[in-house]
Design a protein around this ligand. Sequence first.
Ligand code: ADP
Length: 573
Amino acid sequence: MELFIRYLRPYRRLLLAGMIIKLFGTLAELSIPYILEHIIDRIVPAGRIFPVLLWGFLMIFMAFVTAVLNITANRRAVDVSSRAIYDLRGDFFRKTMHLSGTRFDAFGLPSLQSRMTTDSYNVQNFMARMQTMGVRTPIMLIGGILVTMIMDPSLSLILIVLVPLLIAIVILVSLKGVPLFDKVQRHLDDLIRIMRENISGIRVVKALSREDHERDRFNAENDALTQSDILANTIMAIPGPSMQLFLNGGLSFVVYFGALRVNSGQTRPGVILAFLTYFNLIMMSVMGLNRIFVMFSKAKASADRMQSVLSDLPDQPIVPDDGTSDDTGALIEFRNVDFNYFVGTKSENALTGISFRVKEGDSLGILGPTGSGKSTILHLLMRFYDCTSGKVLVDGRDVRSYDKDELRRMFGVVFQNDIIFADTISENISFGRDVDKAGISFAAEAAMAKDFIEEYPDSYLHKAQVKGVNFSGGQKQRILIARALAAKPRILILDDASSALDYRTDAALRRNLRNHYADTTMLIVAQRISSIKDMSNIIVLDNGRIIASGTHEELLAASPYYRQVYESQMGSV
Ligand code: ADP
C-alpha cells in the first residue's frame, strides 16, 4: 500500500481531479432512472407534450454528461497510473543495476524480469481502476440504496438484505483467494526461469539430446502453475455467477412484489421501472467490488514483490580501510582470500586461500579447468561480491573502501557471455563514455576489429542485431575487446575473451596490447596457453586453489598440470 501512495503522491492533484470528475459522472448516472421515474409517474399522466419533451431532453443530456465525464475520468486515470508506473519502473531498474552480485543471485534474473514486467503491469492496472471503479462502486452502492429507500422504503428492504450478504461473500472469497495469486506468480517465475535456461542453452540441450528431460521439467512446472492458477481463479470466480443468481432472483422479487404494490395503489409503475435499473446498477457495483478485490490482491502481491527489491538494503557498504593493509607497492593484491557464493549455507568454497600480487603495468595470466574459480577472482576484484575472509586490495587499499564507481572506472573488462547491444558498432564500442571517433578506431584497430568493421559499407555505423547475432563469435569478441580498451583503462580484464579468435589473430592482438597498452595492467583468463605465455606471471587454479604460479618457463619446469596442458595444445596446433 505504501508503494501505491509513494508513487501516486506526486500526481495527487491530477488524481484528485480525476476522482472528482468520476464522482460527478457517477452522480449523473444515478440521476437518470430517477428522471425516468418522474417522467412516467408525473409528467406523462398530466398529458402535456412540452414537459415530456423537456424532461426527455434532460434525460438524454444527463446520459451525455455521464458519458463525457466518465470518459474524461478514465483517461485521467490511465494518465496518472502511466506516469506513476513510469517512475516506479525507473526506480526499479536503477535499483537492479546497483544490486550486489549476491543479492542479484538471491532474487534471480527471471524473477527480476517478471517483477519489472508482469508485476509492474498489475500495479498499474490497479492504480488506474482504483481511480475509476474505486469511486464509482461505493457511490453507486450507497447512492443507489439511498435513492431507492426514498422512492419506496419497503421494496428497498430487498436490497438492504441482499447487498450485505453479497459483500460478505466477496470478502470471504477474496480472503481465501488473495494468497493464492502470490503462489501463482512464484510458479510463473519458475516457469520463466526454465524457459530462459532452455532457450539460451538450446544448442547444448539439442546436442546432448536432453529435449525429453527438459520437456518433462517444463511440464512439471507448467502443471504446477496451471493447478495453482486454476485453483486461484476458481475460488475468485465464485462470486460472479452467484451474484448473477442473486441478481436475477432479486429482480424477480422486485417485479412480483412491485406489481402487487402497484395494483394495490401503494406505489407507482415508474418507481418499479427505476427500481429495476437501480437494482441492476447496485448489483453490478457489488460485482465491481469483487473485481476490485481480485485486482487489489494481484496488485498487492505484485507491489510487495517489487517493494522487496526496492527496499533491499545495500549489502556492500563502503568500509573504511582499517589501515592494516601495509602497502606492498602492488596495484592488485589478493591476501589469503576465501569466498563462498552461498552466503550463510554450508557448501564448498569457490575460492580458498588465494594470494597473489600484480604490479602496475604487469600482467597476470589465469589458467585452470572450468569451474576452478577463474571468473570468481575477477568478480571479487571488481567487488561484485565481497570475499568471505582475507582481503582484496587495489592500490594498497581494501576494495571495500572504494566508492564503487571510482573502483570500477579503473577497469576495462570483457567477461564471458558479455553482450553486444542492438546499436551501431560505434555505440557498442564507446558505450556511452566520452570516447571520440579517433579513440574508437584506435581501440578497434588494437582489438583487430578495424578491418572487418571497415568492410561494411556503413563501417562503424553498421548496426548490430539483438545480442549481435549478425556477427561471428570472433567478431563479437573483437568488438567487446575494443569496448574494453576504448576508455584507456588502468586495468584490463579479459575473461576468456579471445577464445573464438584464430591463433594468428590472437597473436596479433597480444602484440597490439603489448605495444600500445604497455602501461596497462592486465588480468587475462584463457584456456589457451599461447594467450597467456608472455604474461609477467601466471597462476594455475584447481578447485578454487592456486596449485602453481610463475612465468611460463617456470611453470613448464615446475607444474606437471601446466606442462600437460601445454603439450596437449602444442599437439593440436
Ligand atoms: P571458472 O571461471 O574457472 O570456470 P567460476 O569462477 O565461474 O569458474 O566458478 C567457480 C565455482 O563457483 C563453480 O563451481 C561455479 O559453479 C560456482 N559459481 C560461479 N558463479 C556462481 C554463482 N553466481 N552462484 C553460485 N555459484 C557460482
